[in-house]
Design a protein around this ligand. Structure first.
Ligand SMILES: NC(=O)c1ccc[n+]([C@@H]2O[C@H](COP(=O)([O-])OP(=O)(O)OC[C@H]3O[C@@H](n4cnc5c(N)ncnc54)[C@H](OP(=O)(O)O)[C@@H]3O)[C@@H](O)[C@H]2O)c1
Length: 243
C-alpha cells in the first residue's frame, strides 16, 4: 500500500509525452486511471501497458476544445464513479508565430485547448473532487506560463491564463480540502517538443532534454505529501552539461 493505491485519477493528454508518463507512473503505484485524449489508438496502447502493471485503465476519446465532449465525459464519470482523487490536465496545443502574422484562428484553438477546456472540465468534475478525502488538481503549464519569448505570444498568453486560473482556483478550493498544483516544465522530450525543434530548424536530441518521466516523478512526489503541505508551483528544467 502507498498513497496512490486504489486512488482514481483522470489524465488528459494521456496518450503521449508528459501525460502518458504521469498516467503510467500513477498506474505503477496502484491508481485506477481514466485516460483522455483525441487519439483512441494511442490511449489504448498506453492503457494496455498500464493494465499489464495490474492497474485499471479506461480510455475516453475526447477533444478538449469541444464543450459538448467535455460535458459528455463529465456525465459519464458522474454516473460511473462516486469520487475523483486526482485530475491532471496535460493535453495542450502549441503553435508558433509572430503577432504580425499568426492567424487569430490558431490563437482561438490554443485558448480552447489550453485554457477553456481545462476550466470547463475542472468545473464539471469539481463535485467528484470534493467527494475525495483530498482532491488534487494538476495543471501542466509551461515556462511560457511565466515568461513570453518572441514568436510564441499566442501559446504564452494561454499558458499565462492557465497560471492565473490555477492560482485563483487554489484560493477558492483549499478550504474544501482540494490541493492545486501548477507545473512549469522547460523543454521536455515529447512529440510536441520534436515538432518545435523541427519548426526552429534545430537538430532534435531528446536525450539532452528533460524527460517526461522526470516531470512525472516530481509531480507524484508533490501529490503524495502529507495533508499538512501543499506544493503550489513546480519549475523544472533540462539539466545537461551540453544543453
Ligand atoms: N514538451 C515540452 O517541452 C513542454 C514544455 C512545457 C509544457 N509542456 C506542456 O505539457 C503538456 C503535454 O505536452 P507534451 O510535451 O507531453 O506533448 P504531447 O506528447 O504532444 O502531448 C500533448 C497531448 O495533448 C493532447 N491534445 C492536444 N490537443 C487536444 C485536444 N484538443 N483534446 C484532447 N487532447 C488533446 C494530445 O493527445 P491526442 O493527440 O490524443 O489528442 C497529446 O497527447 C502540454 O500542455 C504542453 O503545453 C510541454
Amino acid at each position: 500500500m502507498n498513497w496512490f493505491t486504489n486512488k482514481k485519477a483522470l489524465v488528459t493528454g494521456a496518450g503521449s509525452g508528459i501525460g502518458k508518463a504521469l498516467a503510467t507512473a500513477l498506474a505503477s503505484r496502484g491508481c485506477d486511471l481514466f485516460l483522455a485524449g483525441r487519439d483512441l489508438e494511442k490511449l489504448r496502447a498506453a492503457g494496455t501497458v498500464m493494465e499489464e502493471m495490474g492497474a485499471k485503465a479506461t480510455c475516453h476519446q475526447i477533444d478538449i476544445s469541444r464543450d459538448s465532449q467535455i460535458k459528455e465525459l463529465g456525465k459519464h464519470l458522474s454516473k460511473s464513479i462516486d469520487h475523483l482523487d486526482i485530475l491532471i490536465h496535460s493535453a495542450g496545443l502549441f503553435h508558433m508565430g509572430r503577432l504580425g502574422s499568426a492567424p487569430v484562428k490558431l490563437f482561438d484553438l490554443q485558448y480552447k485547448t489550453n485554457v477553456r477546456g481545462p476550466y470547463l472540465l475542472t468545473q464539471i468534475l469539481l463535485p467528484l473532487l470534493k467527494k475525495s478525502q483530498m482532491g488534487q488538481v494538476v495543471f501542466i503549464n509551461s515556462t511560457a506560463g511565466l515568461r513570453a519569448p518572441a514568436g510564441v505570444s499566442q501559446y504564452a498568453a494561454t499558458k499565462h491564463a492557465l497560471t492565473a486560473l490555477a492560482e485563483s482556483f487554489r484560493q477558492e478550493v483549499n478550504k474544501e480540502g482540494i490541493r492545486v498544483l501548477s507545473v512549469f516544465p522547460g523543454r521536455t522530450a515529447s512529440p510536441m517538443q520534436k515538432r518545435i525543434f523541427d519548426l526552429e530548424g534545430r537538430v532534435y536530441r531528446p536525450e539532452l532534454l528533460l524527460q517526461p518521466g522526470d516531470v512525472a516523478e516530481t509531480v507524484l512526489n508533490a501529490l503524495s505529501l502529507p495533508s499538512t503541505a501543499e506544493v503550489t508551483d513546480i519549475s523544472i528544467r533540462p539539466f545537461s552539461k551540453t544543453y
